[in-house]
Design a protein around this ligand. Structure first.
Ligand code: AMP
Length: 389
């Protein structure tokens, strides 16, 4: 998700710029002021409560704001991203925003602040008042709104400045000039967004081959928990010794081991553009773990791609691998192969569902040659990456 907050005093041009931004980046628009005015126009209880405060230039309670934001988010569950205009306006609302985005397993890309001198703001709002019919666009109320902004809203800037997500932008100039300044900052931030892919599918679906190629093509760091565990086994470490017993039997290795291996691997690549995970998560517990691990890096899973494969196809592939130099201990015994396929069948539905619920799941047919499957995967990866932009 691409989430942006447009910040700045009343009259800075947030509404005008928002219209252009939502069109360019296909975002859901949440403008608390607009929603409140609609509520007032419809005469809802919430609108009635807000009306008097707005007319006096004060700030509506955080309690009301959290409700209208939540409603709007629930109405747009498939949003590609959200543009917040006029929210967060208090430090409490900044915490609310963090919580709401966390609930969606997402975060704010950046807060863009339109900086405009006080006199310009006042004259812009007075001009707007002549046509907008907004009861708060008159001199006495404007003064109060600016005072509220200075006292209650400016502290929000330092909240995001601490997170290195705050960008002051000159809001004086032609609409398209200001827009260019905004998009420049967004593009720069997007370049730094990590894209993380999970490659999923039954044993023998060809995940390893495909994941390595995808890693190379899209400049992602390849993380295969199986490979990391085999390294530990080859090096004869304590973790390797424990992992071996489970792996040879075709069972899932205890979660503590995978967590440590993934954490170490991620730390080795602080500049990574993103990661591609192969063979992880393979259980619902691991899905939560991976989300937790990535959240600590202020990133998340972009998409889980499943390579679907019939049992027959998987059996054929695994038995071919058993005869190759790449053979694994657990490829040799048909009973273990069947056990691994059974474990997958039993555990995979919940994992797939976990990502489906977040609209982060795509299934690709594993039929055909390696190149054909790669072509299908690449197309989906590109679509998914483009959606984030
Ligand atoms: P705006 O359209 O953003 O200029 O907002 C108009 C008025 O709606 C403000 O002066 C406030 O009274 C109220 N309002 C809008 N957004 C918020 C918010 N996030 N928190 C509190 N009050 C708000």
């Amino acid at each position: 998700m691409l989430n942006i907050a447009l910040f700045g005093p009343p009259g800075a041009g947030k509404g005008t710029q928002s219209k252009l931004l939502i069109e360019k980046y296909k975002l859901t628009y949440i403008a608390t002021g607009d929603i409140l005015r609609q509520e007032i126009a419809q005469g809802t209880p919430l609108g009635m409560e807000a009306k008097e405060i707005i007319e006096k230039g004060g700030l509506v309670s955080d309690e009301i704001i959290v409700q209208i934001i939540e409603n709007k988010i629930q109405m747009n569950p498939d949003a590609n991203g959200i543009l917040f205009d006029g929210f967060p306006r208090t430090v409490v609302q900044a915490y609310i925003l963090e919580g709401l985005l966390l609930k969606m397993n997402s975060s704010l890309l950046c807060m863009l602040s339109l900086e405009v001198p006080r006199e310009t703001l006042i004259s812009r709002m007075l001009e707007r008042g002549k046509v907008s019919g907004r009861s708060d666009d008159k001199e006495e109320v404007i003064e109060i709104r600016l005072k509220e902004y200075e006292e209650k809203t400016i502290p929000v800037a330092s909240f995001y400045d601490h997170k290195k997500k705050f960008y002051p932008i000159n809001g004086v100039g032609k609409v398209d000039e200001v827009f260019k300044r905004l998009t420049k900052v967004i593009e720069k931030n997007l370049e730094n967004v990590r894209q993380n892919i999970v490659l999923f599918g039954p044993p023998g679906a060809g995940k390893g081959t495909q994941a390595k190629q995808l890693a190379e093509k899209y400049n992602l760091v390849y993380i295969s928990t199986g490979e990391l565990m085999r390294n530990e086994i080859d090096c004869g470490t304590e973790m390797g010794k424990i992992a071996k017993k489970y792996m040879d039997a075709g069972d899932i290795v205890p979660d503590e081991i995978a967590i440590r291996l993934i954490e170490t691997k991620i730390k080795m690549h602080p500049q990574a553009k993103g990661f591609i995970f192969k063979g992880y998560p393979s259980t619902i517990v691991q899905a939560y773990i991976l989300d937790g691990l990535l959240m600590r890096l202020d990133t998340s899973v972009t998409c889980m791609l499943e390579i679907s494969s019939t049992t027959l196809q998987s059996m054929k592939r695994l038995s071919a691998r058993a005869k190759s130099s790449n053979a694994r201990v657990y490829d040799m015994d048909p009973e273990i192969i069947i056990h691994r396929l059974e474990v997958y069948e039993k555990k995979s539905a919940l994992v797939a569902e976990y990502f489906q619920k977040q609209n982060k799941f795509a299934s690709i047919s594993g039929e055909g040659t390696t190149d054909e499957v790669f072509e299908r995967l690449s197309k989906t990866v590109e679509k998914v990456f483009k959606n984030v932009r």
